[in-house]
Design a protein around this ligand. Sequence first.
Ligand code: FES
Length: 163
Amino acid sequence: MQRRNFLSNLWKGAVTLIAAAGAWTTWDLLRPVSAGATGRVRAVSPDAVPEGGVIEIRAARAYLVKIDDQITAISEKCTHLGCRVPYCDSSSQFECPCHGSVFNRLGEFQAGPAPRGLDRYAVEVGEDGLLYIDTDTLEDGPAPGVDTLNEPPTGPSCTEGSH
Ligand code: FES
């Protein structure tokens, strides 16, 4: 009888642990973007942003994107309801896990309920040669229909079927 109780409690504990881990993962994925650091956030050297690539600057809750040697700082916050929008390496697009909005590498609107592209921060090179993101200066993302990149997805979506 004692062994049965022990196994029953062990089983309940494992189920509780799995449920808690699942809840945490869901919350972590879908939570609205919290405020990052405010003001000027020191990022990286311009050379550290790969041409055609995307790097995340967590402290600013932003991504840096370099296209044709031009660096753009893109907000992580979805313009629909504020979820954090991750970059999908396989499709080379930003894909919101909450309601399926999709943005190209420049944050330009591609699909979904978002009213516009991802918003942009001012970014400049400081005296020390590093990039600084001004999180107090936020510009609305491009209107739907603006697609200067004109780049189709490079592979499978990361969120397809998950919403
Ligand atoms: S919050 Fe991103 S699509 Fe709704």
